[in-house]
Design a protein around this ligand. Structure first.
Ligand code: ATP
Ligand code: MG
Length: 370
């Protein structure tokens, strides 16, 4: 998978910018707040229109402008594709592939895929369950468009149901529709749980190999998927998971009304991660935590490769300076199999080993560097 050309207009701090990218590595260097992460974010959006950091879609549009555009020429599955995204301040995002408008943004993930590794990911292990759910969701949205659709529906239903529970005194008539919300949440919830369970199993296999290789001392990384306790086997059929969820929801009906919250469902899921048998969140050292974060991200890359036969584009946002030399070495070696776009403040240290095209990012403009 290869991003050959990228064009941005009125996107974040880019007014109008085109960039030709080489097949291997590209290094984007620049001082703080010049547009390095913005550029990686625009590449990531080409995988299906989701940003990992924009609170609102309108944030992606340059201040004072009505809409942003991202265009790209990519090579994927043995063919060239021209991708276009139009992001208005408000309203629906439009996307087109080879000039043909697409109904769903999820279609883009069938063509273009990336893995992003940024300094925040180094805390993936240490943070609460929400960070690991975000990781699972982002990975699965690219891998399976059906997952993205189910997740969007589930999230909408969860918001509505939470509001009904929260405002039950003011709007008691809404309580009549609560069972319908629970039913639909369980239907979509069953889809999410099953996908997450299979993904977590693959992730565990791949990440364990990477942890062992990078740690240099045979560290054992284990990952287990944790979901609603009533789900006896998260890899069972959707229908079976739905039935377990429904029974569980029934037994929590009263408690949900009393606590005015949605108490149970895959919105509480987590990945339990252990290193050498001890919970990584509480016991892993800094180095073990970083290695495990690296292992998760590179496992995501391997899974995407297995799925479509080619490596996704790797986006490394300012992460190298945060890693020690052994981990840097691993990362640089691994990325040589595919295209990688690296951002950094200064091109130094191990980055020099990377045979790469250099660019300089300054005030929302990119020019060849040295
Ligand atoms: P750092 O090295 O600090 O991570 P960076 O080069 O990655 O810096 P970016 O996160 O890409 O920096 O952001 C660059 C600038 O883009 C920031 O100054 C921010 O104010 C600006 N910016 C963000 N959103 C918009 C927008 N919608 N319109 C215009 N400018 C924006
Ligand atoms: Mg940045």
């Amino acid at each position: 998978m290869q991003l050959n050309r990228l064009s941005l207009s009125n996107y974040r701090n880019y007014k109008s910018q085109s960039l030709e990218l080489p097949a291997g590595a590209a290094i984007l260097a620049g001082e703080n707040a010049q547009g390095k992460t913005n550029l990686l974010e625009s590449v990531f959006l080409l995988t299906g229109g989701r940003s990992w950091r924009a609170a609102r879609r309108g944030d992606l549009v340059a201040f004072g402008q009505e809409k942003a555009r991202i265009e790209a020429d990519v090579f994927s599955r043995g063919r060239e594709f021209h991708l276009e995204l139009e992001l208005p301040q408000s309203g629906r995002m439009q996307c087109a592939v080879n000039g043909i408008k697409q109904k769903r943004q999820g279609e883009l993930a069938e063509i273009f895929r990336c893995v992003l590794f940024s300094p925040e990911d180094l805390y993936l292990i240490r943070e609460g369950p929400a960070a690991r759910r975000r990781f699972l969701d982002a990975a699965l949205c690219q891998l399976r468009p059906r997952y993205g659709l189910a997740l969007a529906e589930y999230t909408k239903l969860l918001e509505h149901k939470s509001k009904i529970l929260r405002t039950q005194e003011e709007n008691p008539s809404m309580l009549a529709v609560l069972p319908d919300f629970t039913l639909r949440m369980n239907q979509y919830g069953a889809i999410l749980i099953r996908y997450r369970a299979f993904y977590a199993r693959r992730l565990a296999e791949e990440a364990a190999k990477i942890q062992q290789a990078v740690s240099g001392c045979g560290e054992r990384l284990e990952i287990r998927y944790r979901t609603v306790s009533a789900v006896q086997d998260p890899e069972a059929s959707e229908q079976q998971i739905f039935e377990w969820l429904s029974e569980h929801a029934k037994s929590h009906e009263k408690a949900e009304l009393q606590s005015r919250q949605c108490l149970t469902g895959p919105h509480k899921d987590d990945l339990e991660i252990t290193v050498n048998g001890a919970a990584a969140r509480g016991f892993a050292s800094q180095g073990q935590t970083r290695t495990a974060a690296l292992a998760l991200k590179f496992a995501e890359r391997e899974i995407l490769k297995d799925d479509c036969g080619e490596y996704p584009v790797m986006l490394l946002d300012d992460v190298l300076s945060e890693l020690d030399s052994r981990r840097q070495e691993y990362l640089i070696q691994q990325t040589q199999g595919g295209q990688v776009i690296v951002t950094c403040c200064e091109r130094e240290g191990r980055l020099r080993q990377l045979k790469a095209a250099s660019f300089l990012v300054e005030k929302g403009a990119i020019r060849p560097g040295n």
